[in-house]
Design a protein around this ligand. Structure first.
Ligand code: NDP
Ligand code: MG
Length: 330
């Protein structure tokens, strides 16, 4: 697998273009600010009258509505929430795209699941930072960057990959390393990862551990520290040096207890459920469900959000975090 760094990318390719960034949220503000600092001409599109419109103006950008911004630009990066992209694309973007323009994404959802189908004359690329937007900005300002994936779906110009590499360089990605993939693999692994492991799996593991301790009569404060707070320390060790660094750093007692008990939790049954989750991602069932949920006004999402907000681990956690002022300063 090729990994691309600064020397593999030519930023000049992007400096010849007019870039529009649609959406100034987590990813949007980071791409816009980093590219501008890299010498690229960037305009921002937001919803007129919104708080974010004002923020983008205060940051010195020319802000327009999406249709205007797309008309003027030849590279258009869509950094709206995935479930809104098709709506904005149909209303404001599609008719203002010209042959030869490049449409860019930071996640493959709408292209892979055919919510957005650009005409053949449009180049389609992805630059997906493997981190939240605020870290994309923060690392860039410190002189480094976060690793990115790039992919090309349509390439009538023949140079879309080079443009994707230029973009990755402009946001700091080639300082850390850029890997080439395709829209299908990025979309499917990203959705599976967030559902089974990162967001879904880890949150349920933390809640279940907390509930078992509290049910058994231990104090919720103690349970919070054991099951949620310390998770960060463990994840940091994975991040720095994988399983071996984690196991090296914890006590021998924790290492033996973990290795001998962990497999009793993540069993073949759990893996079978993961396989089902992966199938639902691959066959489009999840995408269909999520888009229908959004269209219906998100009733299930709101119910689940409420349940999480009201979970005891959240109330206890908020109280304890208030006592640990250094957490927010890190
Ligand atoms: P956010 O929700 O943070 O930001 C979206 C922005 O779009 C908001 O500023 C929102 O403004 C604005 N917006 C909403 N509707 C419109 C509209 N009709 N016209 C113009 N602007 C609008 O999104 P993310 O940055 O999280 O996600 C953007 C893309 O990046 C997605 O494809 C996502 O999958 C991808 N991605 C996200 C990562 C992350 O960690 N966040 C990581 C890697 C990729 P308002 O607040 O006014 O509604
Ligand atoms: Mg992701």
């Amino acid at each position: 697998m090729n990994i691309y760094y600064n020397d593999d990318a030519n930023l000049e390719l992007l400096k010849n273009k007019k870039v529009a960034i649609i959406g100034y949220g987590s990813q949007g503000h980071a791409h816009a600010l980093n590219l501008r600092d890299s010498g690229v001409s960037v305009t921002v599109a937001e919803q007129k009258g919104s708080e974010v419109w004002k923020q983008a103006e205060e940051a010195g950008f020319t802000v327009m509505e999406a249709d205007e911004a797309v008309k003027e630009a030849n590279v258009i990066m869509i950094l709206l929430p995935d479930q809104i992209q098709k709506i904005v694309y149909d209303k404001s973007i599609a008719e203002n795209l010209n042959e030869g323009d490049t449409l860019a994404f930071a996640h493959g959802f709408n292209i892979h699941f055919k919510q957005i189908v650009p005409s053949e004359g449009v180049n389609v690329m992805m630059i997906a930072p493997k981190s939240p937007g605020h870290l994309v900005r923060r690392t860039f300002e410190k002189g480094s960057g976060v690793p990115c994936l790039i992919a090309v779906e349509q390439d009538p110009s023949g140079s879309t990959k080079d443009l994707a590499l230029a973009w990755a360089k402009g946001i700091g990605g080639t300082r850390a390393g850029v890997i080439e993939t395709n829209f299908k693999d990025e979309t499917e692994t990203d959705l599976f990862g967030e559902q089974a492991v990162l967001c879904g799996g880890s949150a349920e593991l933390i809640k279940a551990g907390f509930e078992v301790l509290v049910e058994a009569g231990y104090s919720p404060e103690l349970a919070f520290f054991e099951c949620m707070h310390e998770m960060k320390l463990i994840v940091d060790l994975y991040y720095e040096g994988g399983l071996s660094r984690m196991n090296y750093s914890v006590s021998d007692t924790a290492e033996y207890g973990g290795m001998s008990r962990g497999p009793r939790l993540i069993t073949e049954e759990t893996k079978n459920e993961m396989r089902k989750i992966l199938k639902e991602v691959q066959n489009g069932q999840f995408a269909k469900e999520w888009l229908a949920e959004y269209a219906a006004g998100q009733p299930k999402m709101e119910k689940l959000r409420k349940e999480n907000r009201e979970h005891q681990i959240e109330t206890v956690g908020a109280k304890l975090r208030n006592m640990m002022s250094w957490i927010m300063e890190q």
